[in-house]
Design a binder for this molecule. Structure first.
Ligand code: AMP
Ligand code: MG
Length: 313
């Protein structure tokens, strides 16, 4: 269900006093992985090491910034036999591409490059550059061979970018590994992508959502065995002539999405679904995004539109 408008974006973990819950202490560890701070909180000291190792493993498969990752090699070669994990994420990405009528599209790599979001050298591309990049975009041009896990592009020059789904998947893998290691309770926050395993010493984990146009925050979420992802236009953007250009691109126009939505927070059972849905809904806008969400009955979302923020200022 779509639940109204809650101001907010980045998810901040609240360290509420533990008094009244338990005398047990919580360990907190942080490491930079997948281009963001990954924070792990758990009563079990070994949790952080397990999480970091697993996220690093997934990053080494899926990151376009790692030259030897499977995604980088696929991008270079146009065809590759990939591991079951990579194959799974690519297939899931294609499902979200179809469910969102192309709004979610991991083949946006060439567009991400020309707008400067890959190397953070932002620029406004010329019309012709957008056209050329757009001709290389379209997940319908990715072919899957179920028998041997070979993935292939139908046209040369295509480039995948899993920035909208990889973190969600990585956190799912980390949670699976924690369970295998008898860790019952843990909160992972990877730059706005949050996974809660179990609860926090008997009470739900609590996170708050920050105002996308301010430093304050409002709205809290209580989590237990669930995942949250936020997509917003504040996380990576540049401004030219007073106009904001953000990192989530509309594959239909080749330009930063302009749906009126500035932040979408999705709560789902798994991180991959939350991550992909948040990005897709950001591109689709409020009404079409809500229609997409209906296909995922266990997920819910909180959307903020630019006009909500303006009316409060
Ligand atoms: P997220 O923060 O999860 O919404 O992911 C945003 C990132 O996904 C961007 O920084 C790009 O790397 C990539 N991306 C941009 N636009 C799209 C899109 N329409 N579909 C899929 N991935 C995208
Ligand atoms: Mg996403």
């Amino acid at each position: 269900m779509l639940k109204g408008k809650v101001p907010g974006f980045i998810l901040w973990i609240l360290f509420f006093s533990l008094s009244g819950c338990s005398n047990q202490r919580l360990y907190k560890d942080t490491e930079v992985l997948m281009g963001t701070f990954v924070e792990v909180i758990s009563a079990q000291k070994e949790a952080a090491g397990i999480v970091f190792t697993e996220i690093r493993r997934v990053e080494n498969l899926l990151s376009k910034y790692k030259p030897e990752s499977e995604i980088s090699r696929l991008n270079r070669l146009g065809e590759l036999k990939v591991s079951p994990d990579t194959y799974y994420v690519l297939k899931k990405s294609k499902e979200f591409f179809e469910a969102s009528a192309g709004a979610f599209d991991i083949s946006v790599g060439p567009l991400v490059d020309i707008w400067g979001f890959t190397d953070k050298e932002y620029s406004l591309p010329k019309e012709q550059e957008v056209k050329l990049a757009l001709s290389l975009v379209g997940s319908d041009k990715i072919i899957f061979n179920e028998e041997n896990n070979v993935v292939k592009f139908t046209i040369p020059g295509m480039k995948l970018d899993l920035g909208a789904i990889a973190k969600g998947f990585a956190l799912d893998c980390a949670v699976k590994r924690l369970r295998q290691n008898q860790v019952k309770s843990c909160l992972i926050n990877a730059g706005g992508q949050v996974c809660a395993l179990g609860d926090k010493l008997g009470v739900p984990w609590e996170i708050v959502i920050q105002n996308p146009r301010g430093r304050d925050f409002s709205g809290t979420l209580k989590l237990k065995d669930s995942s949250v992802a936020t997509s917003g236009d504040y996380q990576q953007y540049f401004v030219r002539d007073g106009r904001r250009y953000a990192h989530i691109l509309d594959p239909r126009t080749g330009r930063p999405a302009q749906s009126g939505v500035i932040s979408v927070t999705v709560i789902a059972k798994d991180g991959l679904t939350a991550d992909a849905l948040a990005t897709a809904m950001f591109v689709l806008g409020k009404e079409k995004g809500a229609a997409l969400l209906k296909q995922f009955p266990e997920a819910e979302a909180r959307i903020i539109e630019e006009k909500d923020v303006q009316s409060r200022q």
